[in-house]
Design a protein around this ligand. Structure first.
Ligand code: NDP
Length: 269
């Protein structure tokens, strides 16, 4: 039997074990998927090998730091500078990023992409990098704002417009407002509500990457009668891509997709 895990901190909220175990069972793959609460990214590699894992997902707050533990990084993940999926091949670790495609597919499910010309990303962590990258690929103008300035350096260097929260006073018009911070895990708003309300006034869609519980960000967005979606669909799509990698593409993609959608339906019940 092969073992996989999602590494993060906090980790109890993660629904990845449910999705991946459902897929393994449906596709008769002899594997189990567990949660692992990691304290320090520097310990990742040793823990991974000691526990005999065959692959992993990486979540908040380690997507950038664990990249250093990989022997090889996929081209897209290298551009993004963050990984969320790792595959062990012999004694080498290969890092991938499936968040970018996962986010894009979930966005495309919710709104006609041609209606999104520009987006505001709140947050500058690993998932914000993936989202900024994929939106830029699709010619959507991106502005990134973050609480701490240091994390904006990457976005500055990549040519994205960026500002710290303290500098972000006036709001330009954005079609999509994306909360890519982990504020909703702690049931707080990422920004002052007055600033957010100004953003929502002109927006067509608000997305919070958090899933599985009500969050203040989306509740506020709903007051402005805009499309408000959480991160469940992103979780689904990034998991399909990760599962395809876990299976080393030996199982037809459409079979993985079918069982993942079945798991998703159960998750939403
Ligand atoms: P990181 O730890 O890499 O980044 C966290 C970001 O959130 C940083 O920009 C940090 O700012 C900011 N932040 C944290 N707390 C607050 C707060 N209270 N107020 C304002 N900003 C805050 O996390 P990830 O990018 O990996 O993940 C972010 C969120 O997205 C998590 O909730 C995660 O669960 C979710 N996610 C969901 C996915 C899905 O499939 N649905 C996929 C990926 C992520 P600073 O730099 O100032 O510390």
């Amino acid at each position: 039997m092969r073992f996989y895990a999602v590494f993060g901190n906090p980790i109890n909220h993660s629904k990845s074990p449910f999705l991946h175990n459902f897929i393994f069972e449906r596709l008769k793959i002899d594997a189990r998927y567990v949660r692992f609460c990691l304290q320090d990214a520097r310990d990742f590699r040793e823990i991974f090998f000691k526990c005999g894992f065959s692959g992993a997902n990486i979540t908040v707050p380690f997507k950038e730091a664990v990249l250093e533990s990989c022997d090889e990084i996929d081209t897209i993940a290298r551009k993004i500078g963050a990984i969320n999926t790792i595959i062990r091949r012999d004694s080498a670790l290969f890092g991938y990023n499936t968040d970018a495609i996962g986010f894009y597919k979930s966005l495309a499910d919710s709104i006609a992409i041609k209606n999104i010309k520009n987006a505001l990303i709140i947050g500058a962590g690993g998932s914000a990098r993936a989202i900024a990258f994929i939106l830029k690929e699709h010619n959507i103008a991106v502005k990134v704002i973050n609480r701490s300035e240091s994390r904006l350096e990457f976005f500055n260097a990549e040519g994205f417009g960026c500002e710290s929260f303290s500098a972000f006073k006036k709001c330009d018009k954005f079609d999509a407002i994306i909360n890519a911070t982990s504020s909703s895990i702690n049931d707080t708003l990422p920004l002052e509500s007055a600033v957010l309300e100004r953003c929502f006034q002109d927006a067509k869609i608000a997305i919070d990457l958090m899933y599985g519980k009500k969050c203040k960000f989306l509740e506020l967005a709903k007051k402005h009668k805009i499309n408000a979606i959480d991160g469940t669909k992103m979780l689904l799509y990034q998991a399909i891509e990760a599962s395809n990698l876990f299976c080393e593409k030996k199982i037809p993609y459409k079979n993985i997709e079918k069982s993942a959608f079945e798991a998703y339906k159960n998750l939403m019940c």
